[in-house]
Write a protein that binds this ligand. Sequence first.
Ligand code: F6R
Length: 625
Amino acid sequence: MCGIVGYVGPQGALDVVLEGLRRLEYRGYDSAGVAVLSDGELSTAKKAGKLANLEKVLAEEPLPSSTIGIGHTRWATHGGPTDRNAHPHLSADGKVAVVHNGIIENFALLRAEIEATGTEFSSETDTEVVAHLLAAVYRETPAGEGRLAEAMRAVSRRLDGAFTLVATHADEPDTLVASRRNSPLVVGIGETADGTAEYFLGSDVAAFIGHTRNALELGQDQVVELHRTRGATVTDFAGAPVEPTSYTVDWDAAAAEKGGYPWFMLKEIAEQPQAVADTLLGRLGESGELVLDEVRLSDQELRDIDKVFVVACGTAYHAGLIAKYAIEHWTRIPVEVEVASEFRYRDPVLDRSTLVVVISQSGETMDTLMALRHAREQKARVLAICNANGSTIPRESDAVLYTHAGPEVAVASTKGFLTQVVACYLVGLFLAQVRGVKYEDEIAAIVDDLRRLPEAVAKVLEQMEPVRELGRELADANTILFLGRHVGFPVALEGALKLKELAYIHAEGFAAGELKHGPIAVVDQGTPVVVVVPSPRSRNSVHGKVVSNIQEVRARGARTIVIAEEGDEDVVPFADHLIRVPRTPTLMAPVVTTVPLQVLACEIADTRGFDVDQPRNLAKSVTVE
Ligand code: F6R
């Protein structure tokens, strides 16, 4: 939530900052703003709404040229999405400009204290207190090297809550400082063609990926000073030096472009066969065994596990629901799945022999991070399934399994989800392998099934035109219901979530067996009902029961949209629309059945004229609780 960018170096700062904001806009689009420092004076421009509004303002009233600047794209928390509340915020003396991501929980107290000195506030934000405090503390800090960083440390020590702050001071034309507690921030270190050093700050690496792939991770409660000639200096809040971890970003700039697609979401849907293949790459051994060297838990630790919790939010939680079916079936270890925001507040029973699997595409979701910390405090082992390298969640976990989906820019998760599901299969199967609860040939047979998944997803994608056509027909629907059973139930939940968030249509997912216990009352003449049908070949088949459910809703006037595997003829008489998917083993069916639901939601939203990549009220990475 909220995108932050900073730059100091030889290039025109405004262009670099705006380019970074363009790449980070998915983090929030309630307003955007920039500040640059030129001839000892700070100039700002800010505007409510999307970045395009700010760009219009800048075209009419350009800012002075500068080689140091900061920028922000906002997801509003304190104060509405207005010009006034847009970042950067300036101190009363106009000397300090600051941008912020997070929530400063003691801001009311600090604001009262500052107002008591006669300072007037010009916004309703929590952030503005930092601008005033920083200016005041700077005045009292002895002049010399590192003065702004020293002031930032002193201010950070007074703040409660979560924050990434980036600030610049009119008297320090060569310095940017940033502070981080519980909100994301990465540093980019680059060099122009003539060998001049340049420094970047971003909420994630997408902000500077067009300039450098060399990055530094910042830990909790750390302050970084980026100085044009002295380079990057990191300390903790007390001022003790810290040696930051450097890493190379393995995404390239092209991966974060639309590549000719009208929406990032469409591109990301199309990338799913590759993303699934990349997530499996190097993890399936030649003789049919799993090779998960990066899971840094010993075999003994994995053998000692007697309970698994899967904890995540939103779409990642749906991946967790699917994980339960696979892990329990393959390992016989009990699995509980819970949304992260509930998990830690109900005192879950955890100990050393509990494995907590946290799933997060961004690696920065605050609810999931807090759940992870709670689990570790209780001595549970934590394994993260994550897509973003160097993010907080994998850094704080005992073990990590990266999905290799590449950057996911559209706010609605698609390839992130599919690769999370695949990573869950890998975890489940690896546990079964280490614990010896499956014969080698059984594991090898499942590994073969996994190898076939990318091709199966590609096949689904080839047949999406009728789904798009259906999407255009359904664009005026008021309610769409989704039914599924067994692993089809989480798929139904995911289909409903995609539709709600993109098309703003009321949608609900149900376990098909629950239908008669209430939800069927919602069905009316013409109500579209999407049914995810399990394979007729599965042993404990619920197929027949779901076919009956289709008939039940149809008898009450529903327009049935049936997703069924090739060769399933039982559904044909009751399907108003039939969407075929390739035959897939029961547990792996979600990898193919989810795809048409993504396409359907995308097409309905597009037909309704909505911004598919940036749905209203949402942000890609939810970094506040
Ligand atoms: C929905 C969606 C969200 C995220 C959720 C968790 O399409 O994208 O529900 O899945 O906010 O995000 P991560 O996976 O980054 O923790």
